[in-house]
Design a protein. Structure first.
Lengths: 392, 98
């Protein structure tokens, strides 16, 4: 019997929601790490019981937590009570130090600040954890200020992949309203050396050599908030999604505009079509229908809530342009929540489940591809992220 | 032994009670105390002072003997009452929203 495990990161802790394949009754576990901001929790595709969580705090900084039993117990890797064989314990699971070595190319010292001046890179937190598709001990971390890190020892230690910040456009990256965060990491299942990432507000980038060299993939994007609306970088990309069986096709929710690329990001075209507003944060793809995509339109960049107080998921079954509102079970009056960029996910069951969390603390689920919705939980702290594991 | 009071979240992280006892080699200073804490409880590395700069995290304060020692040199000797264990060295989270 299949099971589903939903991993929820919130403003004040993490929650694990589990159900059988019917996805009608749910067990709620949590809060884990109560009182801490949990930006992201994600499981390893290679070992579903291996989970990683980004735990952060304005007071105490960044912690990385790891579970090897599906979230029942957690540990801080490398931060145990026993010293390492060499003497001092390492305790570096929460150490994200930017690469400043000469040997790895061009260490950067500044990026663009809100006012256009240059500003030093300062590590703040991990926004997104992306476990390897094949190795439970390898994980990529997207951080603020934007950089990509990797661990190959189960999060005991982290090293920057410096080619991203060092490829040349870094000094032109600028923070979005939420900070200069690297929030999207997509590993190409058909090509282990290809990785896509996205940064607010720099844009999308791709490597084809495992992270050594990177290039911007923002051609076709248009952003009116930057001096050159079609510049190579500077676009506020909110999220990017890829169907694992069609890795050359990408869908993007930009600050404004829903975009599509059919050539791995070399060129983008707008597919906002008949959406009532094309501002938003999340975008995701049906598990079995690569042309079926989901977004949650948000009124505007200054009014982060649904239009008319109606929470509507929009679904396109044609890969964009033609969209239909999905409303059954969702509040259709007086709803002023937001759905943040990492707060939507799908399961892989035959009838695809779709899940999203809100800043009002609800996690909504549909077990029929979005036709009908119901809340799994209704009163959590503000939801930052939602990930789903389909378990056998 | 020096007594140290940790903020609640760090107690949870280190699996300890409200007060911990640590031994410091040499004169008792802020740096010596933090070195000893991080050696005994490595999961606290980076949570009290920055990993790279070694500076106190901005929303934390150090109190002892009813004095704010946050802006003292990390190598300045601490009061005798702290080094003798009569008074605790307190690590306090600044009161702030959220």
């Amino acid at each position: 019997m299949s099971k589903v495990r939903v991993l929820v990161g919130t403003h004040k802790g993490a929650f694990v929601l589990t159900s059988d394949g019917k996805r009608e009754k749910w067990e709620v576990s949590g809060p884990h790490f109560a009182g801490w901001e949990i930006y992201h929790v994600k499981g390893s595709p290679a070992d579903p019981n291996r989970l990683y969580a980004s735990q952060t705090s304005g007071w105490f900084g960044q912690i990385i937590q790891r579970s090897s039993d599906g979230g029942k117990t957690w540990e801080t890797p490398g931060g145990g009570l026993k010293p390492s064989p060499g003497g001092m314990p390492t305790g570096e699971s929460n150490k994200f130090a930017y690469d400043t070595s000469v040997a790895t190319g061009k260490p950067l010292t500044t990026h663009q600040w809100y006012d256009g001046t240059q500003h030093p890179w300062e590590f703040k937190r991990v926004w997104h954890l992306e476990p390897s598709l094949t190795d439970p001990d390898t994980v990529y971390a997207g951080v603020e200020d934007a950089a990509l890190f990797r661990t190959t020892d189960g999060a005991t230690s982290w090293q920057e992949i410096p080619g991203l910040r060092g490829h040349g456009t870094g000094p032109r990256w600028q923070p979005g309203a939420g900070g200069l965060g690297l929030h999207t990491i997509i590993l190409d299942p058909s090509n282990p050396k290809r990785i896509f990432i996205a940064i607010s507000a720099a844009g999308a980038f791709r490597t084809d050599d495992g992270g050594i060299t990177w290039r911007p993939i923002n051609r076709g994007l248009r952003s009116e908030h930057i001096p050159d609306p079609t510049a190579e970088t500077g676009h506020c990309v909110h999220h990017v999604a890829m169907h694992p069986k069609r890795p050359g096709v990408l869908f993007m929710q930009k600050h404004w505009d829903v975009m599509r690329s059919d050539d791995a990001g070399d060129q983008w075209r707008e597919v906002s079509g008949n959406l009532p507003t094309d501002f938003g944060f999340v975008i995701d793809i049906h598990a079995h229908e690569p042309e079926t995509i989901y977004v949650v339109p948000i009124k505007s960049d200054s009014e982060h809530f649904p239009l008319e107080g109606k929470l509507r998921v929009y679904r396109s079954r044609s890969g964009g342009n033609e969209w239909e509102p999905l409303t059954k079970g969702l509040p259709q009056s007086d709803c002023y929540v937001n759905v943040l960029r990492d707060a939507m996910a799908v399961d892989a069951l035959d009838s695809c489940g779709v899940y999203f969390g809100t800043t009002g603390g609800q996690v909504y689920a549909s077990n029929d591809s979005g036709d009908n919705w119901s809340p799994i939980v209704s009163n959590l702290p503000a939801v930052f992220s939602v990930e789903v594991q389909t378990l056998q | 032994m020096i007594q140290v009071v940790l903020p609640a979240h760090l107690r949870t992280l280190a699996h300890v009670g409200s007060e911990i006892s640590i031994e410091v080699a040499g004169p008792a200073t802020q740096r010596a105390i933090l070195d000893a804490i991080e050696s005994t409880y490595p999961m606290l590395r980076g949570t009290i002072r920055d990993h790279v700069t070694q500076e106190r995290r901005p929303f934390l304060r150090f109190f002892a003997c009813q004095e704010d020692l946050s802006h003292e040199s990390p190598d300045a000797p601490l009061p005798e009452a702290v080094s003798s264990g009569k008074e605790p060295f307190m690590i306090i989270g600044a009161i702030a929203g959220g």
